[in-house]
Design a protein around this ligand. Structure first.
Ligand SMILES: *[C@@H]1O[C@H](CO)[C@@H](O)[C@H](O)[C@H]1NC(C)=O
Ligand SMILES: *[C@@H]1O[C@H](CO)[C@@H](O)[C@H](O)[C@H]1NC(C)=O
Ligand SMILES: *[C@@H]1O[C@H](CO)[C@@H](O)[C@H](O)[C@H]1NC(C)=O
Ligand SMILES: *[C@@H]1O[C@H](CO)[C@@H](O)[C@H](O)[C@H]1NC(C)=O
Ligand SMILES: *[C@@H]1O[C@H](CO)[C@@H](O)[C@H](O)[C@H]1NC(C)=O
Ligand SMILES: *[C@@H]1O[C@H](CO)[C@@H](O)[C@H](O)[C@H]1NC(C)=O
Ligand SMILES: [Zn+2]
Length: 355
């Protein structure tokens, strides 16, 4: 928890840098909007004295959490299947599984490459566990081969489009929806239990993590909302934030992200006109270049943040207090969306070919 906090504080310090000219972010202080009364709090499940909580979905399917991260566990007649091993859960995950079943872990699946979800993989997949089969998307395997991280061993089994794991009496379907949050982030589906998992995609009750979940390809990450809704599921696991979620959480976040898209596109278009002085590119450029001759990056930085701020303001009018932490990460989402609109979706506003 300490390291998570210090990471957050480091990020806040980074944003507080006046050079970013950011007016939308709440600032570095310790009084953010209360999140009680939102699903972010209601969805939490109690942790035991050892520091972990377990949700039982029936038929051998469980979610184990340390309050901030989630692991999916499937107990089969042929051994246990584990999806992800967040380092913060660490040994608590082994205790939780040990208390559920005496069956050994036989399969370890990486949802994606990121170490905050996979940095405990070595606890299940190492020389002392030669019978554990490790599985991931082929892109994840390449990333892990490059990383040479002893905590995240390179998986033995990889796939390109889809993979069905039959483990004793259990079935798990793995599907690659395309590049989005990461190069190889997969959808994990247990059809019998109707449990659907896609990590760092939906944050039930919350706005997504910083910069649209730190996604490497925003259009793919946006598209995944619709791909998830194509499944028949009762339980959704996003890898974060305590308790399990459901279909409603996917729909709500989809609405948030589409609002953000519309508001940021609108702000980009408005920035081409003097009728909107706070974002008017001509007025901003004139001022910044007068104060900072030839400094084109300064001009861009102030202009893009002004556009993001207008988008953040409009999005907040609807979502502040509805999804937790819009005041904390909402501006970063507007900034990331403005960038993606310009570069991926060709919404260039005043920087497009002019009529
Ligand atoms: C949430 O907590 C704040 C104090 O942080 C309190 O003023 C407010 O009444 C609480 N709201 C709900 C819905 O519990
Ligand atoms: C599979 O077997 C495990 C272990 O015996 C059991 O807990 C689980 O309910 C079974 N699941 C299904 C889908 O039959
Ligand atoms: C069960 O959980 C406790 C902590 O709650 C842990 O100390 C113990 O080792 C676990 N048992 C097994 C068999 O893993
Ligand atoms: C192998 O896994 C065990 C837990 O099962 C762990 O205690 C040990 O540190 C791991 N060894 C290595 C070399 O990673
Ligand atoms: C989904 O979860 C929310 C929050 O926990 C709950 O209010 C709602 O009733 C659930 N919807 C369904 C269809 O289960
Ligand atoms: C958005 O901007 C308007 C005009 O400056 C302001 O009145 C309003 O409070 C802002 N909304 C939010 C949610 O900050
Ligand atoms: Zn991730």
């Amino acid at each position: 928890m300490k390291s998570l906090l210090s990471t957050v504080v480091t990020s806040l310090l980074f944003w507080a840098n006046p050079a970013t000219a950011c007016t939308g972010f709440a600032g570095l202080h310790d009084h953010f909007l209360p999140i009680n009364g939102t699903l972010a709090v209601e969805n939490q499940i109690p942790l035991n004295a050892a520091g972990y909580g377990v949700s039982d979905f029936g038929h051998g399917a469980y979610m184990i959490t340390d309050g901030a991260y989630q692991t999916f566990v499937l107990v089969s007649t042929a051994g246990v299947v584990v999806v992800d091993a967040p380092p913060t859960t660490g040994h608590k995950l082994q205790w939780a599984i040990g208390n559920l079943t005496a069956t050994p872990v036989r399969w370890f699946i990486y949802s994606h490459s990121h170490s905050d979800h996979a940095g405990g993989a070595y606890l299940f997949a190492n020389q002392s566990h030669p019978k554990v089969t490790t599985i991931s998307h082929e892109n994840t395997a390449s990333q892990l081969a490059t990383a040479r991280d002893p905590h995240r061993p390179v998986p033995k089994v990889t796939f390109k489009d889809k993979y069905t794991l039959v483990a004793g009496n259990q079935t798990l379907e793995l599907f690659f929806p395309g590049i989005g949050h990461d190069l190889g982030n997969i959808i994990i589906y247990a059809p019998k239990q109707k449990v659907l998992m896609m990590v760092d995609q939906i944050y039930a009750g919350w706005v997504p993590f910083w910069n649209l979940a730190a996604s490497i390809y925003v259009p793919g990450w946006i598209e995944a909302h619709d791909q998830l809704l194509g499944y028949d599921f009762d339980v959704y696991l996003g890898g974060h934030m305590g308790g399990p979620a459901n279909r409603t959480a996917v729909k709500v976040q989809r609405e948030y992200v589409h609002d953000l898209y519309d508001n940021c596109a609108d702000a980009l278009i408005k920035s081409g006109s003097p009728e909107n002085p706070t974002v008017d590119i001509a007025a901003i450029s004139k001022t910044v270049l007068t104060n900072n001759p030839y400094n084109i990056w300064a001009q861009f930085a102030v202009y893009l943040d002004a556009v993001a701020d207008l988008c953040y303001n409009k999005t907040s009018d609807k979502w502040l207090g509805k999804l937790a932490a819009q005041d904390i990460f909402g501006f970063s989402h507007a900034r990331t969306m403005v960038s993606s609109l310009r570069l991926d979706y060709d919404v260039l506003g005043p920087n497009d070919v002019q009529p």
